[in-house]
Design a binder for this molecule. Structure first.
Ligand SMILES: CC(C)(COP(=O)(O)OP(=O)(O)OC[C@H]1O[C@@H](n2cnc3c(N)ncnc32)[C@H](O)[C@@H]1OP(=O)(O)O)[C@@H](O)C(=O)NCCC(=O)NCCS
Length: 332
């Protein structure tokens, strides 16, 4: 393609300003999207396994006109921890669309994943859209469906739990980290929280989207349930609206799970709450339904197999529950 050059973000001038400008043009008007600022963008690019070197861009006249983020990491699938490449935030400037730029970046990403022996390419998108067909054409399969569920600002029904039953666990973050790692290793799609990922996800946050980890302790002081709350503001048709995103929700029992959720909701009265839940996780889905959450938007977790073994795994998918990767769906 005449005049277009595919390079990495480290090779362009003012990469953050350029990517931010492109992001505003491509996603700025999307309802429900969290507006990016430079701090959020810099934080996202510091994600372990991403960096400017895996920020793939197409340049035209020294201007970034198309880009994607590629994160090289490992996730669990069928009980195995395998290398995977996650593709996020594919975008092309409207004046340069339909010329194959996004396809070229996706093919380049696939080449890098192959070089790093990744088993799969992995991304999220809204099913039955034009970009969904584009990803399918490039080898991505509609693997699992996840829904956004929301709960409008309204009071909780029934009994509330005493305030002292919940503890903010920042000083005990290590305990919650290993609790999450233990529980989620039985889930497909989970990326283990090593120290670096934990720090990036939970501690070193951009100021516009702070996070708070809450956990319930049992009588021995061990975590029996936990949930992460991330505070943000999304774009709506009439401006912006405060939303709290819930993630990393686990409990040793259904009761513990419900308790930690209710504990969080009791602190969030008056705010809209959003959570991702796979359609086939009936246990979580039922609790959320009973607490007033309603599904409103589907997302497809798409996988592109990059080896024979990976292909075979997709032919016979495991029955394990799926871990929704909120940072790749919402960007928080
Ligand atoms: C999706 C997007 C990245 C495609 O970029 P692109 O460089 O035009 O892609 P390519 O030229 O390689 O492929 C074109 C294909 O993209 C898909 N596409 C999705 N939205 C499109 C749009 N608004 N205009 C043109 N093509 C679009 C179509 O499938 C198209 O194929 P078709 O012409 O056969 O319908 C671009 O449209 C965009 O930035 N959209 C807004 C941001 C977005 O939704 N990103 C995806 C998030 S998951």
């Amino acid at each position: 393609m005449e005049g277009y050059r595919l390079v990495c973000g480290a090779e362009v001038s003012e990469p953050y300003q350029q990517l931010l400008a492109l992001h505003r043009v491509c996603f700025g008007q999307y309802e429900g999207v969290l507006p990016f600022d430079e701090e959020i963008l810099r934080w996202f690019i510091q994600r372990p396994g991403l960096g400017l070197e895996h920020t793939l861009v197409v340049v035209y006249n020294n201007t970034v006109v198309s880009s994607l983020f590629l994160t090289l990491t490992s996730f669990y699938i069928d009980g195995h921890l395998v290398p995977v490449g996650i593709v996020d935030t594919v975008m092309t400037h409207p004046a340069h669309r339909g010329k194959g730029l996004a396809s070229m970046l996706l093919e380049e990403a696939k080449g890098i994943m192959r070089k790093h022996q990744c088993w799969f390419g992995y991304l999220y998108t809204i099913p039955e859209t034009r970009q969904f067909s584009l990803y399918q054409r490039l080898g991505y399969r509609d693997f699992r469906r996840v829904f956004h569920l929301k709960r409008d600002a309204r009071p909780l029904r029934g009994e509330l739990f005493a305030e002292d039953e919940a503890h903010v666990f920042l000083e005990d973050g290590e305990m919650v980290r290993s609790f999450l790692n233990d529980v989620f290793q039985g889930y497909d799609g989970f990326i283990p929280f090593d120290k670096e990922l934990w720090e990036w996800r939970k501690m070193r946050r951009p100021s516009a989207i702070p996070a708070k980890v809450i956990a319930l302790k049992d009588e021995r002081g061990l975590p029996e349930g936990t949930l992460t709350l991330t505070f943000g503001e999304i774009v709506t048709s009439s401006g912006t609206e405060k939303v709290v995103f819930l993630s990393d929700w686990v409990g040793l029992s259904q009761a513990a799970k419900r308790k930690v959720l209710r504990q969080a909701l009791s602190r969030l009265e008056g705010t809209k709450v959003d959570i991702l839940c796979p359609v086939d996780n009936s246990e979580d889905w039922n609790i959320l339904g009973e607490e007033g959450f309603l599904p409103y938007l589907a997302e497809s977790a798409m996988l592109c197999p990059l080896s024979k073994e990976a292909e075979a795994m997709l032919q016979q998918p495991s029955q394990r529950p799926w871990y929704p990767l909120i940072e790749s769906v919402v960007g928080v």
